[in-house]
Each structure stands twice: as structure tokens, then as C-alpha cells.
Write a protein that binds this ligand. Sequence first.
Ligand code: ADP
Ligand code: MG
Length: 457
Amino acid sequence: MDEWDYELVWNETMEHIRGALGEPGFSLGSTIKYVRSTEHEIIVSVPTSLQRDMIKKRYQSAMENKLHLLTDKNISIIFEINPNQAGTEDPAPSAAPETSAPAPIGPHKKEGNHLHLRENYTFDKYVIGENNNFAANAAMAVSRNPGNAYNPLLIYGGVGLGKTHLMQAIGNYLFAHSDNKIIYITAESFTNEFIQSVQENKMPAFKNKYRYTDILLVDDIHFLENKLGTQEELFHTFNALYNAKKQMVFTCDRPVSELKNLPARLRTRFEMGLNVDLQPPNYETRCAILKKKIEIKNISIPDEVIALVSKNVSSNIRDLEAALIKLIAYSELVGKPITLEIAQQQLKDVFASPRQSNMSLDTILRVVAENYSLTINDLKGRKKTQNIVFPRQLSMYIARQITEYSTTEIGQFIGGRDHTTVMYSCNMIEERIRSDPTMDSIIQNFIRLIKEYSAKS
Ligand code: ADP
Ligand code: MG
């Protein structure tokens, strides 16, 4: 075995790819054969150029990423065509000679999907309204001109407003229209992978993977607060990619300036390119989004139902979609068309939920305070006696559960506290729920009271 015999590493990589794919529609292992390797190359063979093109487009970057992880080296996969390759189970679809291999379809459009991107998160399925116009245009500009238009692009906004969809649309576009190596990862997975690499002494591979990509998409960077080691690593990754003019895109649930537990040097980097926000859609845009979803699902729903749902579900697009899915499921299960009456009846609870009726923080504090014989000012104040601290934490927890306010906004409202205090309080209550079996029903009871109270006022 010579020094650069990567056959075992190759086999492990193939195992990984098969595992990541579930069972692919064809047998990868018998299609690709390991031939030989050098320090930075693994040469493999496939029976036809068509198979080569397909494998390259679908799996090459995933394979090379895995090779980085396993070897700490940048290894390229070189494909050879060998029509006589033994053990081929797949029928060879074409005997075209290597040199005349055409791209499988159209000049730019690639077949297949990126391993970590959802195929329906594309620009053509993204409805543009006044709420997301700026962000969507920035995302398209970045897709057309990665690394040059706006770097990094940071998209921020509340839950369910389309951050992940927009970010992945960039990835899907570039996957289809370029040969860029694209990594999409949530900040949480990035953190876990980082920790694992440290534990398993695989940091060089981790660094290689992220510093040699062309496009880096990191979703939900607010997760990085207080994760010192990961922050440090991302900082260096950022610098390497930025200097190499590689495109980076980030999403965050609030403006970066509100990420207090992120070092200033990282925050300023996130703010370097272009920061755009997503707002909740207005009524017209909600109608347009529902119509788009209905068109994609190829079903028919009367306009009056669309109007009803759009009018009553205003919190975010995820809730809008959930209401639609509920209607479709009902209609399929009972075999009846979706009428206005059915929609009204089936979505009664959804419409009445506090998320939709803009429950005020004031109401929450009022109800909690009353029940513990305290005043709203006690809850907002600084006193730390246990009879106040618990109801205060409870208010924060309930606010987090039933309103769309961010931890920042809740903290601000409840005595100008930092959002970390709100997060801490929520953790404390969750802890209580786990250890105290009566806690959950106490909370549900409060939520019911708060709903009743706001229905009256
Ligand atoms: P976020 O990441 O901001 O929490 P997502 O990107 O996951 O939100 O979006 C939630 C759901 O709403 C997804 O199913 C997404 O496809 C859909 N969605 C969001 N914005 C739009 C839009 N402008 N047009 C169509 N669908 C959208
Ligand atoms: Mg998201």
C-alpha cells in the first residue's frame, strides 16, 4: 500500500454518501469504481459520461467535503470513463464517446438537487411583496453575482417570514447555474460539527471544509450567542472566505446589533455587506402567497376562503401555510370540497389563537400580576424576592409562548431587561415544567385566562 492509497477513505466516503441519501435510486457503489490515488486526487471510473456528469453534479461536493473531514486534505475526485468496467449493474444509458458528452439538460440548468437544500425553496416559488421586496432583490443580485454584489448578505426577521426559503433559493440558484461548491448549514449544526471536530482531533478537516467552499450559507446565526469557540472559528472562516471573495449569506432572527453576546469583531463583520430585513406580509401579499401555494399543490380553493384565511392569519407565512394544509387535509379526509363554512369551522381555533389576535404584553402582565396579588410594576421592577421573581419569569415565558414578540421586545417591555434575561427565565420555567408535573396545567390555565381577558377587552 503506498502512502497515498485512499481506497479505505474512499470506501468510507461512499458509505457516508449512501447513508446521507437513504437508498439512492441507483447503486452508487457499483457505478463508481476506485482506481488509484495521489496525494490530492482520487481517480475513480464510471461506465459512461452521462453517469459521470450526473454523479459529479449531485455528489461531488458532498464527497469532497467528506474526504476533507476524513483526511484533513483537499482531495479532488477525478473521473475516468471505463465502458468495460466490471460489476456494472446499471444499464449504460448512452455509449457516447467521452469527448462529445453534452450537458444533461439545457445549457445551464443542472439535474438533481443539492444534498442539503430543499428543492422547493426557489425564487420562482417565493412571492415578492412590499414586505420582502428589498431582501428578495438583494438575494437575486447575490445569486447573479456571488462574491461581488453584497458580501456578506445578511437577512433578518422574525420566525416564519421566509429567511430560510430565501437563503436556500440563493443556494438552489447557484447550484443549478454554476459549479460553485455550496455549503448550507444551520448555525446549530455548525456548532455541533465544530465541537465534534475538536473532540475527535479533526479540526484541520473542519477548517478545510469551510474555508475552501465557494458559497457559505449559515442559517440562524443568533444561535451563536455565547458559543465562544464556534464564534472564533466562524470569525476566521469569515476572513478567509471574505479575502477570497467567496459569497457568504447569513440569517438572523433580529438585527445583528441586538446580538449582545457576540463579540464586536464578529458583529461588525456580519454588518459589513448588506443587511436586509423581512417584515410580515400585508393582506394582499398573504392572498398572493396562498394562491401561489394552491397553484403549486394543484388544487382548487374558492377565493372567499383565501380571503378568509388571509384576513385572519397575519402572524407569519408559516402559520398561513399551516392553516392551508389543515384545510386541505380535512377536505381530503372527509372527501368534501373546501367551502367557506368548512374553512370557518375548521380554522376556528387557529383564528382565535393569541398569535393571530396580537395579544398584548400588557394583558399578560395584568393577568399574571392579578393572580399573584402583585402589581404590573412589581413585575416590571427590580425586586428579587421569590414571590415576585417567579411570576415575572412566568410572564416572560408565557409572552414567548403566545406572542410573536422577540426576547428583546419582551425584555424591553418587562422593565427594560436584556433579552438574555428573558431567555434565562424561559429556561427556568421549562426546567420547572420538567420537574413539577402541575406546572404545565398552571401555565395552560393562565393562557386560557389571558385569552378570555383579551377577548373581552
Ligand atoms: P424562517 O426561516 O424565516 O423562519 P421559512 O423560510 O422557513 O421562514 O418560511 C416558512 C414557510 O413560509 C416556508 O414554507 C416558506 O416556503 C414559506 N414562505 C416564506 N416566505 C414566502 C414567500 N414570500 N412566498 C412563498 N412562501 C414563503
Ligand atoms: Mg429558518
